[in-house]
Design a protein around this ligand. Structure first.
Ligand SMILES: Cc1ncc(COP(=O)(O)O)c(C=O)c1O
Length: 400
């Protein structure tokens, strides 16, 4: 009998982590490598948030807490949902987890039965289909092309829904494309969902604050309040508050679902780190003025990267609304030959050859469900981004 669980056969290791590892090996061997694979801000956690954590330690807030989060953090989350999203939740409708990732995972584990389908618009964050598979469900990928701004179209949603559909996972702004749905675009989707009362909505709003050019963020339950009792609104402090390592995410949703998620959490991790929870209270309740300051830098970097990539031969790079990713097509390079003699057969070959020839680490689009393309994270020093884009231009210029 094999030792490892059969469920593992259904799960792929993360392509984004694989690229980061490969870049690390090349760096250790002395190569000058620029990594554009990581999905985390290069900015430090704001000092007031760090101080709140230090105070929590000094005040002895170092013991187990309630599994689903301390009351003070739940209150801060409730206030945030009200203030920023116009959503009203009670404490038993809110859960705090070890990052947004655990919250999403617990929600799927709490609801998926064998054969249940989950609609995952592609390009998707790599973890969604894998988590659905681990939970025993069937991820149903619906490809959303650049032509439609990488956004799910209402007709495509309607077509993908079957009697077995349990969830639609929406992620706006998106990892990996940066695409964000306007209020009207969300309304067109929620209109479809209103007609299918058995389908629930898991909305991953992790990049809510990272939007540019006066884009106004909205979330499905705000656009269509009648969906509130079948929507799980997931968010967290990792990205906007530069707190990826602190591991705090949260969600608002129907009490029965939240209770089921807490049961799973109680038998796996128990509460998220008590100190990180106090830091998150300060993040949500404290000054928010660093967010527009960071966004100004992110927007400048996005514009720089989009403009430089569009000058690279064979590359087409749309300008996304938010997050800190761009998702250029490399269709124009497929079939060409690199100076090494290798043929660029697909986007995986493109990123492998780019890393070997020029020391730039990016992630191939097919890992996110739509290629030939690649993802660049621009949450990196501007000078490195400029250097990396010059290398990509040179790499593409050298293809024959
Ligand atoms: C779309 C999306 N959702 C969720 C997460 C998980 O965030 P956390 O670090 O809070 O677990 C990420 C992190 O990369 C993400 O990109």
């Amino acid at each position: 009998m094999p030792f490892l669980a059969a469920a593992l056969d259904r799960v792929k290791p993360s392509a984004t982590i694989a690229v980061t590892d490969k870049a690390r090996v090349l760096k250790a061997a002395g190569r000058n490598v620029i990594g554009l694979g990581a999905g985390e801000p290069d900015f430090d956690t704001p000092d007031n948030i760090k101080q709140a954590a230090i105070k929590a330690i000094q005040d002895g807030k170092t013991k187990y807490t309630a599994v689903d989060g301390i009351p003070e953090l739940k209150e801060a989350i409730i206030a945030k949902f009200q203030r920023e999203n116009g959503l009203s939740y009670k404490p038993n409708q809110v859960i705090v987890g070890v990052g947004g990732k655990q919250v999403l995972y617990n929600a799927l584990m709490a609801t998926i039965n064998p054969g249940d389908e989950v609609i995952v618009p592609a390009p998707y964050w790599v973890s969604y289909p894998e988590m659905v598979a681990l939970a025993g469900g069937e991820p149903v990928s619906v490809v959303c092309t650049a032509e439609h701004g990488f956004k799910l179209q209402p007709q495509a949603l309607e077509k993908a829904i079957t009697p077995k559909t349990k969830w639609l996972i929406l992620n706006s702004p998106s990892n990996p494309t940066g695409a964000a749905y306007s209020k009207a675009e969300l309304k067109a989707l929620t209109d479809v969902l209103v007609r299918h009362p058995h389908v629930w909505i898991m909305t991953d709003d992790m990049y809510e604050h990272l939007v540019y050019d006066e884009f106004v963020f909205t979330t499905p339950a705000q656009v269509e309040p009648s969906l509130l009792d079948r929507t799980l609104t997931v968010n967290g402090v990792s990205k906007s508050y530069c707190m990826t390592g602190w591991r705090i995410g949260y969600a608002g949703g129907p009490a029965q679902l939240i209770k089921a998620m807490a049961t799973i959490q109680s038998q796996s991790t128990s509460n998220p780190c008590s100190i990180a929870q106090w830091a998150a209270v300060e993040a949500l309740n404290g000054p928010q003025d660093f967010i527009p300051k960071n966004n100004k830098i992110f927007k400048e970097r996005r514009d720089l990267v989009v403009s430089m990539l569009n000058q690279a031969s064979g590359i087409e790079c749309p300008r996304p609304e938010g997050a800190f990713y761009v998702y250029p097509s490399c269709a124009g390079t497929i079939g060409k030959t690199a100076p090494s003699g290798k043929v660029i057969e697909n986007d995986e070959a493109f990123v492998t050859e780019l890393l070997e020839a020029e020391g730039v680490a990016v992630v191939h689009g097919s890992a996110f469900g739509l290629g030939p393309a690649f993802r660049i994270s621009y949450a990196t020093k501007t000078s490195d981004l400029e250097d990396a884009c010059k290398r990509i231009q040179r790499f593409c210029g050298n293809l024959r």
